[in-house]
Structures are given as structure tokens and as C-alpha cells.
Design a protein around this ligand. Structure first.
Ligand code: MEV
Length: 446
């Protein structure tokens, strides 16, 4: 088969790919999926870190790595939380997000900043199992089972215990959807770590203890049944690992708005936008996506698990059965209040936080915060981000800001010179940005 026929088809299979050397992997990829293997090989390897040890470290974060995927690392200054000013690190590829976060942070710094409070730090894990015996047996022995679980897992727990964390509670959950199904829901305090490894290790040990307890001679004599463990895993739904952030100021201090819109009119339009996102799912998803534009960027910059954070946040947004806006707003008299309560299971020790070279710097930039402080920072970036987005939506519309940033990308795509760029920026203040219009403008100014 010729290379042309293969290129980009994606239909080739291979066994033992993971055993190939890194160069071998790239070679197979470029030769089978690209029209110009040599150029692509050169391009992919050009993103390798110049320091071999650093590259090995990055490769170790995943499997089958062939190169690195660069993303912009930005900062949003002037983020004032409980009187302290931070510079927030943000890793995001979408134009306007950092500009919106920075503008929102500055706007609110001038109005007293963000107030933030931790409402809880509880993390959860589950042991799912089948049990043919009486529910009553499990209920009446739960305390003894718990004692055995904790004793057997003593070594796993001891370090976390010393740091002030550990296992907090055990609950037996029943659900008749599956015959004989039970669950033990365990709650944990994991201090400054996100705690996934700790929780999973505990749960697997607890599951074994449960099996042993129920198959021990004494017990099987009493009950005659054994436990079948289905799975043991943390839950990324952590509604009690919660942070509250809020912004407020007199309506009259909300500033000036285009086309003669008064501060009161703005506040009312803003309030209505939030109300829509509270009952309309289509709007709520986009609204919350805007919040996660800010949160995810901080979560990524600090090498935390953005998939866990998103999954949890969206489930929380639907906690009463209807998917709603995560943020809320109230107007009382002359007072504008914008607030949000959001679950965020983050860590500042463990995982990749200290291993990833830039994540380590992100945390240093934030003054090496505790996990609770990082929860407040990420939620604050989400809230100011959301404020800026809604402010644009109910005044000028979002495209004005977006297109300005988009213009930079289009100009870079056309490899415009610095002189052409500044002329274009002037011209497009009053003209509509599109790929076509930028191309025409560049051709006419050559
Ligand atoms: C774009 O990434 C985010 C927004 O759509 C959020 C929103 O509509 O609230 C602007």
C-alpha cells in the first residue's frame, strides 16, 4: 500500500506499540498516518524538552508519549480574596478568558475584592458489594467491621493521621435496584492532598477486611453467607468539599456602561441573565462552562484533576434534579450581590503538584497555598470570569472582546508583520473581524 493511501486513514493496527522506543513509536505514526513523514517527525521532535531529564519526567506522566503538547501559560493579576492579592496562574487555549478574568479581578479589587469561605472539606469513597445475608446482620455488625477495617489499614492511614486527616465516617447504604446490593460509603479528610491514591488504597484494604470479616468462621456460622466485592473506588462527587465566594457593592458603584445604560439597568439585566441560567438548561450549561473557563485554567496550571472537578461541578449544578447555574445573584435595595457555592476537590501536595515543573511554579506564584486556599482561588477566578462574561453579554455582547483576540490569532496565522498588526488593530476597531476581511486588509496594505 502506498503512503498516500495510508495517510490519515487511521485504519492501521499494531501490536506491541508500547514496547517500541519513543523514536520507533513516532516513526510508525508518521510513516503510516502522515503525507510528509520527515517534516512531521521533525516537527514532533522539535517539541521535546531540550533537557533530557525533564523530558523523561514529562514522559513519565503518561504512556505512549511521543512529544509534548504546548499550551499557553498565562496569569491574571489583582485577584483580591479576603484582603490578600494573588496573581492567578491560568493554562487555557481560549482567547479572551484570561483577559476577562484579569478585567474582572481588577474591577472587583477596586470594590473590596472577593470574600471566600470554606464550607467543608469532606472527600468520599465507596465499596460496592453483594451480600445474600440479612441486612440486619450488616447493620448490627457495622461497628465491628469498621474497627477491623481501621485496624487492618493502620499502616496506610498512619501518615494521613499524623497530618490531621484520615477516615471520618462509615455508612451502610442499601439500594434494591440490584438484588443483594449494598454499599459502604466512607468519608475522609485528606488535608492538603486531593487524596485519590490515599482513598483508593484505604478502600481496597477496607474491602478485603469486609470480606474477611464476613467469611470468618464465627460470622459465617451466624450468617451462612459471604460477601462479594464488586468494586472499591473514590467518588468524585464531593458535595461537602465546598467553597463559597461572593462579590458585592452598591449598585451605584457598578460603573458606567455603553449607550447610556445606567448602573441600575445593568444590575437588573445581569440579575435576569442569572435567573435564566437557573431554569433553562441550554443557558445554564453555557453559563457554567464560562465559570469552568476560569476554574479549569487554574486547576490545570496547578496540575490538579480538571475532569474530576468538572464532573463534580456539573453533578452539583443538577443536585435538585434540574441542571442550574452554579452562580447566583441578588439585588436588595442598592446592594448588588453575586455569589457561588461550588465543590472543588483540589490538592497542593501529592499527585503531580510538585512533580510538574510549571505546576510547582504556579503554586509558588500563589505563595504555596493550602488546599483550602487553592479552592478559594480557583472558585474566585471562576466567579470573576463569570461576572465578566455576563457583563459583556448583557451590555456590548461577547463578540466584541472575542473578535479582538481572534484578530491576533488570524494575524499570526497569516504571519503578519508587527507593522501590519498595529495597522490592523486600528482598522478593526471599527470593522468586522473575519478571516476573509483580515486577508483582504493584509492584501490591501502590502
Ligand atoms: C465562552 O467560552 C463562555 C461564555 O459563553 C460563557 C457564557 O455565555 O456565560 C461567554
Amino acid at each position: 500500500m502506498s503512503k498516500m493511501q495510508n495517510s490519515g486513514s487511521g485504519s492501521k493496527s499494531i501490536s506491541g506499540f508500547s514496547k517500541l522506543s519513543k523514536r520507533g513509536k513516532i516513526k510508525w505514526i508518521v510513516e503510516n498516518f502522515f503525507r510528509d513523514p520527515e517534516t512531521v517527525m521533525h516537527e514532533l521532535t522539535s517539541y521535546w524538552h531540550k533537557n533530557e531529564d525533564q523530558q523523561k519526567l514529562l514522559d513519565g506522566f503518561s504512556e505512549n508519549t511521543i512529544t509534548n503538547f504546548p499550551m499557553p501559560f498565562s496569569v491574571a493579576p489583582n485577584l483580591m480574596i479576603n484582603g490578600k492579592i494573588y496573581v492567578a496562574p491560568m493554562v487555557i487555549e481560549e482567547s479572551s478568558v484570561v483577559a476577562a478574568a484579569s478585567a474582572g479581578a481588577k474591577f472587583w479589587m477596586d470594590r473590596g475584592g472577593i470574600r471566600a469561605k470554606i464550607l467543608g472539606t469532606e472527600k468520599l469513597g465507596q465499596i460496592h458489594f453483594l451480600w445474600n445475608g440479612e441486612e440486619e446482620f450488616l447493620r448490627s455488625n457495622l461497628h465491628q467491621i469498621k474497627v477491623k477495617m481501621l485496624l487492618d489499614a493502620k499502616e496506610i492511614i498512619s501518615n494521613m493521621d499524623k497530618r490531621g486527616g484520615g477516615v471520618r465516617d462509615f455508612k451502610l447504604i442499601t439500594n434494591q435496584t440490584i438484588p443483594h446490593y449494598y454499599q459502604i460509603l466512607v468519608s475522609f479528610e485528606t488535608c492538603d492532598s486531593m487524596g485519590a491514591n490515599f482513598i483508593n488504597s484505604c478502600l481496597e484494604s477496607f474491602a478485603q477486611s469486609l470480606e474477611l470479616f464476613c467469611s470468618s468462621n464465627d460470622v459465617s456460622l451466624q450468617s451462612g453467607y459471604e460477601v462479594e466485592i464488586l468494586m472499591s473506588i473514590l467518588s468524585n462527587y464531593t458535595p461537602e468539599c465546598l467553597v463559597r465566594v461572593e462579590l458585592s457593592c452598591p449598585i451605584s458603584e457598578l460603573g458606567e456602561f455603553p449607550e447610556g445604560m445606567s448602573a441600575r439597568e445593568f444590575a437588573e439585566r445581569f440579575y435576569q441573565a442569572i435567573q435564566i441560567a437557573k431554569f433553562d438548561t441550554h443557558r445554564a450549561v453555557t453559563h457554567n462552562k464560562g465559570i469552568f473557563n476560569g476554574i479549569d485554567a487554574v486547576v490545570l496550571a496547578t496540575a490538579n484533576d480538571f475532569r474530576a472537578v468538572e464532573a463534580c461541578g456539573h453533578a452539583y449544578a443538577a443536585r435538585d434534579g434540574q441542571y442550574r447555574s452554579l452562580s447566583d445573584c441578588s439585588l436588595e435595595g442598592d446592594q448588588f450581590l453575586f455569589f457561588m457555592e461550588i465543590p472543588l476537590a483540589l490538592g497542593t501536595v501529592g499527585g503531580l503538584t510538585a512533580l510538574h515543573p510549571i505546576a510547582k511554579r504556579s503554586l509558588e506564584l500563589l505563595g504555596n497555598p493550602t488546599a483550602q486556599e487553592l479552592m478559594m482561588i480557583a472558585a474566585s477566578v471562576g466567579l470573576v470570569q463569570n461576572f465578566s462574561a455576563i457583563r459583556s453579554l448583557v451590555t456590548t455582547g461577547i463578540q466584541q472582546g472575542h473578535m479582538k483576540m481572534h484578530l491576533t490569532n488570524i494575524l499570526n496565522q497569516f504571519q503578519a508583520t508587527e507593522q501590519q498588526k498595529s495597522k490592523a488593530e486600528e482598522h478593526f476597531k471599527t470593522h468586522k473581524v473575519s478571516v476573509q476581511s483580515v486577508r483582504q486588509f493584509l492584501n490591501s496594505t502590502q
